[in-house]
Design a protein around this ligand. Structure first.
Ligand SMILES: *Cc1c(COP(=O)(O)O)cnc(C)c1O
Length: 369
């Protein structure tokens, strides 16, 4: 899995392996070629634009949650589509968005009516909430009881000129969950679908995960296209860079306290992998296993800034390097400098070795405050 030399890297750092990205992109491209669906990179999960030139040939463009991501996609993936969805647009940004976006998705008919006449040729649609979800993480559930994301069927009307419907309800899910969701979506919104130009099925499709049922995904897409004659868009984020990145960190200290073995590492969950705390989840440690257990903690003052307990085949030593997997997505896009923590440097890896993309230092901390 780790196919590059970690000894010379500045820690903490992310290393994104181009070969693993390409493997994901090839899988995503098969869905495009089999179904004719358009697939976009949701930049919210992964905005490492140094790799956009390598990703672009396999996808149709990018999607954004706001002006800055839209600009990034426009600038760094030239010639490809720019889509945007935001729960509410800002008056002072909308014209700039309209100048670069191919699709603009509004959260409600009211937002549509407020802005769509300034869309400057972009195709406009509305996000709907099918009020159906199979996921357990409330914080990532756009169909929770109090969700603000998308319009419920009871509140929906299709404004004149709207060309598409958008829904996003999945999170790290299989195509079985998509299939169930699409049938609820059709029950509730089917009457609006004939005559639309496009349906956007959002993200959360874990297409590149081992065991993902791609045949079923293709059947769902083909079915919608046949029944309504619309174009189908998918906008996964995670799937593009799933398991393609690593975080390399160094052990700063090792000690025993209250009978528990602790190791302090130079990375932080709160700063560098916030989903460990928010989701929560336990990040995969490369080469984990053995009879020595340590709680791996950050050098911050947040008591809960820990990655959890991990087992090793040997006693940890100061200066030793540890590598965590699946660190490309929802990591560098969420980084912060809480406690004055440094931002992890960013590297790529390929057959030639490891290449520094971006270093960070004190000025990056100071410059934001
Ligand atoms: C988060 C999000 C995505 C991407 O989701 P992934 O889980 O990263 O695939 C796509 N579309 C919308 C509207 C989102 O909010």
């Amino acid at each position: 899995m780790i196919n590059f030399d970690i000894s010379s890297l500045h820690t903490p750092c992310y290393v994104v392996d181009k070969r693993l990205i390409r493997r994901n992109m090839e899988i995503i491209d098969t869905v495009r070629r089999r179904t004719g669906a358009k697939i976009l990179l949701a930049q919210k999960a992964f905005s490492m634009y140094a790799l956009y030139p390598e990703m672009a040939p396999y996808i149709d463009g990018t999607t954004a949650s706001g002006l800055y991501e839209a600009r990034l996609g426009h600038e760094e993936m030239p010639g490809k589509q720019v889509h945007i969805y935001s729960p509410a647009y800002r008056e002072d940004e909308f014209d700039e968005i309209a100048g670069i976006a191919d699709h603009i998705v509004f959260n409600s008919p009211a937002q549509y009516e407020r802005f769509a006449d300034r869309a400057a040729g972009a195709s406009c649609g509305i996000r709907v909430n099918p009020e159906y979800s199979e996921q357990e993480h409330e914080i990532y559930d756009p169909c929770s009881a109090v969700s603000r994301l998308g319009t419920r069927a009871a509140d929906f009307r299709l404004p004149e000129g709207a060309e598409g419907l958008h829904m996003h309800t999945l999170c790290e899910q299989g195509s079985d969950a998509l299939e169930h969701t699409v049938s609820v979506f059709e029950e509730k919104f089917g009457k609006y679908l004939h005559g639309l130009r496009w349906i956007n099925l959002g993200g959360g499709h874990h297409i590149t995960r081992e065991g993902y049922d791609i045949d079923r995904l293709c059947r769902v897409i083909d079915g919608l296209r046949e029944r309504y004659g619309t174009e189908i868009y998918l906008e996964p984020g995670e799937a593009h860079a799933l398991n393609a990145g690593f975080l390399v960190t160094e052990v700063l200290d090792v000690f025993t306290s209250g009978g528990v073995h602790h190791a302090i590492i130079d990375a932080s969950a709160a700063c560098h992998m916030p989903d460990v705390i928010e989701m929560p989840y336990r990040p995969p440690l490369m080469g984990e296993g053995g009879r020595y257990e340590y709680i791996l903690g950050a050098p911050t003052c947040l008591a809960g800034d820990s990655l959890g307990a991990f087992r090793f085949g040997h006693e940890l030593k100061i200066g030793e390097r540890l590598v965590f997997g699946d660190m490309a997505i929802y990591t560098m896009v969420k980084n912060n400098t809480f406690n004055g923590m440094s931002l992890p440097w960013i590297y790529t890896a390929d057959d030639e070795g490891v290449h520094l993309v971006r270093s960070f230092g004190y000025e990056d901390f100071k410059g934001r405050l």
